[in-house]
Design a protein around this ligand. Sequence first.
Ligand SMILES: CC(C)(COP(=O)(O)OP(=O)(O)OC[C@H]1O[C@@H](n2cnc3c(N)ncnc32)[C@H](O)[C@@H]1OP(=O)(O)O)[C@@H](O)C(=O)NCCC(=O)NCCS
Length: 182
Amino acid sequence: MPDAATRLPTKIDLGPVVGRRLRSADLGDLAAMHADPAVMATLGGPRDRATSERYLTDNLAHWERHGFGMYALRERDGGRFVGRAGVRRLRLGDRDEIELAYALCAEDWGRGLAVAACRTLLGLAQRAQLADSLIAITLPSNHRSRRVMEKAGLVFEREVEHVGLPHVLYRRRLAVPAAYRS
Ligand SMILES: CC(C)(COP(=O)(O)OP(=O)(O)OC[C@H]1O[C@@H](n2cnc3c(N)ncnc32)[C@H](O)[C@@H]1OP(=O)(O)O)[C@@H](O)C(=O)NCCC(=O)NCCS
């Protein structure tokens, strides 16, 4: 399938860490992170390699179809994998949303990388006029992630059901460019 016009850059700069559009070569690192019970406790539990492979296939297809998606995050120096973050479409009830999604290797929690990724992605999404707003969802008990959302300027909106579980939904409206205001 030919690539859709790329709507977000294929690289993002988070200072000590850089994000690069997910590639097939990221499978080993992704699978290792997805096998860690600490990282996956809030994401449905550890995944085996085949499940990570499906995740990667889906997310590669998302980039091709929509021109944006998930990034592999790596140390600028040395290239060590620290996690993944990005924006992707999500059907929630009867609405199509675009969500901010992120997960970091446990040893990289507390570096502020998730907040940095969200802020960067919000800015890029705004510049690309990707949507009127972006959302993020998580389990109500994931206070760390809720704090990331708040620090990135998202505001609690409502509770929603997702994958059969109650989630909290936060939203950040993106400014409408002056040229489009009536
Ligand atoms: C969510 C996640 C990406 C956050 O990573 P991070 O960037 O390292 O976030 P931090 O550790 O810097 O924490 C962010 C904030 O939450 C705060 N925090 C940490 N633990 C907390 C807790 N138990 N309760 C409330 N706040 C907490 C931190 O103090 C920090 O706020 P501060 O900067 O004002 O002090 C990371 O924990 C992760 O990958 N978790 C597993 C996957 C996941 O849950 N992804 C999100 C699914 S929606």
